[in-house]
Ligand binder design. Sequence first.
Ligand SMILES: Nc1ncnc2c1ncn2[C@@H]1O[C@H](COP(=O)(O)OP(=O)(O)OP(=O)(O)O)[C@@H](O)[C@H]1O
Length: 298
Amino acid sequence: MVVSINNVSKRFGTKEVLKNVTLTIPDKSIFGFVGANGAGKTTLMKCMLGLLPLTSGSITIAGEPVTFGQTKSNAHIGYLPDVPEFYPYYTAREYLQLCAVITKMPKSERTSRIKELLELVGLSQTNSQIQAYSRGMKQRLGIAQALLNRPKLLICDEPTSALDPVGRAQILSILQAAKSETTVFFSTHILSDAEQICDRVAMLHNGTIIFEDELSALQQQVEHQFVFTFVQSVEQAQSRLADLEYDMTIEDGSLIVKLSNESERLQFMRELTERNLVIQSMHPHTRLLEKVVLEVLK
Ligand SMILES: Nc1ncnc2c1ncn2[C@@H]1O[C@H](COP(=O)(O)OP(=O)(O)OP(=O)(O)O)[C@@H](O)[C@H]1O
């Protein structure tokens, strides 16, 4: 386990922001840390970086206990804050060269590591100064900087939140590629981002972890579920199908039906035709985290 968070609580005055949080993060995985704004995600990340003292509990990173202030454990961490700051008049290459000097990277490694990282984040062909960068480009440079010294853990605070869909997709694919050399821990309030790349997901709600699981285990919960909308109202459709023994529920104006195999799906289509129900749309259920979250919070 690269990270072990044991019973961590954090209070600001009388306000308890983290309540007995326990999490372990396996090596070389992508761990999605999901929660609404204000849930306490940044607070936990700052605790992992030794930037905030814990009220109680303990955290270990790569076997090293985290202490408040100058913590040795930070030697194993690369960190991308939600709004990374750079020297605006440098190019990406110059900036990474400066970081390599500051962090005392051996000279013999610098050129090849910087080349490798610029390629990873798609900035190898960009020679403009950072001041001309889009938000997405700055986030990508931030990832390159965080990965420079081959950390065992990459922590990213809401790396996709401020980006358009293309920028978000680029960041997600970079994080996925980074997994071959490090463990990625990233926070987000965008459930579909976590769903796309995470091996494991934990959800923080009001300072408490309300679920934590392998994404594949969550996926099983919605496997074989299909979402139908009809020309008729969903209530009408449900009542016309009421005599059949399908597992059906209504969600947001759609009918969710469990159809476990091809013959069940074909039979269901026949039933729809026989009952004069006209399909407007049909697709597999994919919003699984949203569904799990709604169920947990019910
Ligand atoms: N230094 C502080 N003093 C007092 N309260 C704080 C402090 N830092 C954070 N908080 C409070 O703790 C709660 C959790 O904040 P935090 O920034 O950890 O949430 P978050 O999940 O990262 O949300 P966001 O996505 O909006 O950043 C918020 O109510 C915030 O106001």
